[in-house]
Design a protein around this ligand. Sequence first.
Ligand code: PLP
Length: 429
Amino acid sequence: MVNVPKKYLDEVLPNCWYNIVPDLPRPLPPPMDPPEASSRIELLKRILPRELLKQEFTVERFVKIPDEVREKYEVLGRPTPLYRARALENLLDAPIKIFFKFEGALPSGSHKVNTAVAQAFYAHAEGVGHVTTETGAGQWGAAVALASALYNLRATIFMVRASYDQKPGRRALMEFYGAEVVPSPSRLTRTGVEVLTKNPEHPGSLGVAISEAIEYALDNDFRYVMGSVLNAVLMHQSVIGLEAMRQLEVMGEEPDVLVACVGGGSNFGGFAYPFIGLKKRKMEFVAAGAAEVPKFSRGEYKYDFPDAEGVLPMLKMITLGRDFVPPPIYSGGLRYHGLAPSLSLLVASGVVKWVEYGEREVLEAARIFAKTQGIIPAPESAHAIRAIIDLARRAKDNGGRKVIIFNLSGHGLLDIENYREMMTKYRGP
Ligand SMILES: Cc1ncc(COP(=O)(O)O)c(C=O)c1O
């Protein structure tokens, strides 16, 4: 493999992650135990890698990226490219320049591996040889499978049974990297057995899969790794924004608007937080969510569980309620009821604006992007593209030149079957 020149790497790939907690407009409400129940915070101490737990509560602005993790970032192809979307600009014919950071260039297909590598490293450094997690559509599971392979860890991934049956491609990807992929509910845990006893045909849910992954880690003294929502996870993702800042500087560009899609918030936080906290220039920040999971328009800002079963500590966040059951939209990564506490606070205080789009208009945006720039975007990322198209239309009406940058959090090659179904659905009978 041809490596990027060392000088570029040293200049662009950061040495530290950025933590927004000390730069938030108000103190971040801490996690809480539910009243009259066993301590969920104590549970976290037993299942998360120790260093991760430390990072979760740190108020340091910068945290050093361990050399072993930075090396893996390099192996995986960081810094990821920052492109100018000239063909899309030409099509939109508006007074804007559009740039995008391409996390889909990473081998597992999305930004998720940025934190998976860090968490796998911390488990490995503690001498733990086995990690567990859950996955819905499979992006997070693929990232954990890859990160575990890099550190020679075993990985058990509880995959929601419906996805396990419907997405053999992502399942095969995880298995190819060496992970054990278990359909959830499974017979490996008491939770799984209980659910299967009531309903042997249960299709599974993210809530059940999380409970199984945690129980399996607790019973065997493995470590549980988490794909979004935690402060530490958003901090690991800050490599995206820090790199983008440097890349824009080298190009001599200053962004006016930043856009990223939002599930739990790790992609948005990783991309936008360095600009929010470190740049003192006036910028606009836009979070793009799914209209089918209307947490921005209908959610409440309150303490709620981040998981459907209520086994984790309660977090103050914008939430639709842990028992909210989203419809089966094709962008599985956005089917989450809550929003990371730091991002919730930034939305509640007006620093971050939001938009929500339905799958039909998102599909249209994904196809426009594929037909102009050539890249098939992940359905999640296509929500950000939809927002860019709207911003371009508005810029045309209002005049004034703008530089807009968004994060293309993943490619959609493994989602092509879902796209095909969508095309059939919206083409009509
Ligand atoms: C490609 C992609 N983008 C975005 C997301 C949304 O998650 P988060 O908001 O935690 O980044 C996901 C989640 O699976 C994803 O796979």
